[in-house]
Design a protein around this ligand. Structure first.
Ligand code: BV8
Ligand code: ZN
Length: 252
């Protein structure tokens, strides 16, 4: 049975508002490759940070679309893992719970989390590169992707793109503001499965820590934030989180 610091058990059991930031590591046990692991197969030779940019899309929209189509298909075949469900469980025991994710894979929604703050958009959504018009029905889009002409906007004829935040692009302001407010007003902050390298998302845990809010890191490795954390739970989120929830709320 995994051991947890008594103080963390006490803080979580008595928390009024818990905020959680998740990264690719929480989806790793579902089978979604994390951002910095080598992308398997076809994508070994590309650095994701060179594909997830507007410049890459302008330069080679078909290649970027093929990368996202591959990731969409991969994500369509995976399921949420015990870590996603443990956060749904944790939220059900707390007066207030804010879930902030950098992930674009919808696994938190599919596990049952409500009101997920998506800082980097969602791979299942599509929008126009030029006018920003959002497209929700993916059916016809999948067909176009494998023909020669790339999908275009019905309104302005611009190229359609995945509705995700690329490097060099600003995050959705409303989502970022909500995330900042939660990281300043919560009484316990979790950073789960993120390398804490990408800004401004990685400034959320530091925001909480600078306010003197106890912070917990759940990761299989150490990160640049580990030294500043109040608690470090070293292990796979799919094992650590369910064990923590069971330890704090044993009967439910
Ligand atoms: C912006 C969507 C500016 C797309 C993503 C120099 C210094 C500082 C910053 C910058 C800089 N140069 C450029 C920047 C800014 C840049 C940035 O931060 N770059 C970094 C790389 C240095 N940021 C941006 O460009 C952002 N925009 O700054 O705009 C601006 C301002 C004003 C006006 C105009 C512009 C936009 C960033 C968003 C980019 N989009 N994703 C897509 O997915 O295709 S980011 C991408 O990386 C993912 O979303 C992911 O969330 C993110 C971070 O990765 P992680 O989630 O942390 O995943 P990673 O693989 O890194 O780590 C996984 C972790 O899990 C590891 O720690 C591992 O140990 C752990 N783990 C593994 N298995 C498990 C586990 N943990 C627990 N259990 C397990 N089983
Ligand atoms: Zn358009």
């Amino acid at each position: 049975m995994m051991e947890f610091p008594d103080e963390l058990i006490y803080l979580l059991a008595n928390a009024n508002h818990v905020a959680v930031l998740t990264g690719a590591g929480i989806s790793a046990e579902s089978g979604v490759p994390t951002f910095r692991e080598a992308q398997t197969g076809l994508w070994e030779r590309y650095n994701p940070e060179e594909l997830a940019t507007p410049r890459a899309f302008i330069g080679n929209p078909k290649l970027v679309w093929e990368w996202y189509a591959w990731r969409r298909e991969l994500i369509a075949e995976v399921e949420p893992n015990p870590a996603h469900y443990a956060l749904v469980d944790m939220a059900s025991h707390l007066p207030r719970f804010t879930l902030i994710t950098q992930n674009i894979d919808s696994l938190h929604h599919r596990a049952g989390s409500q009101d997920v703050i998506e800082l980097h958009g969602n791979i299942a959504r599509t929008k126009c590169f030029d006018c920003g018009m959002k497209l929700f029905d993916q059916q016809e889009l999948e067909l176009n992707l494998y023909s020669d002409q790339l999908p275009r906007c019905d309104y302005c004829g611009g190229l359609l793109r995945p509705d995700v935040v690329w490097f060099g692009e600003t995050l959705p302001m409303e989502a970022l503001n909500r995330a900042y407010n939660a990281s300043r007003s919560c009484d316990l902050f979790f950073s789960i499965g993120t390398s804490a390298l990408v800004q401004p998302a990685a400034s959320l845990p530091t925001q909480a820590i600078s306010q003197g809010i106890p912070a917990v890191e759940v990761n299989t490795q150490f990160t640049p934030l580990s030294a500043a954390m109040t608690f470090i739970l070293n292990g796979p989120a799919g094992e650590v989180l369910p064990a923590l929830v069971k330890r704090v709320w044993p009967d439910q």
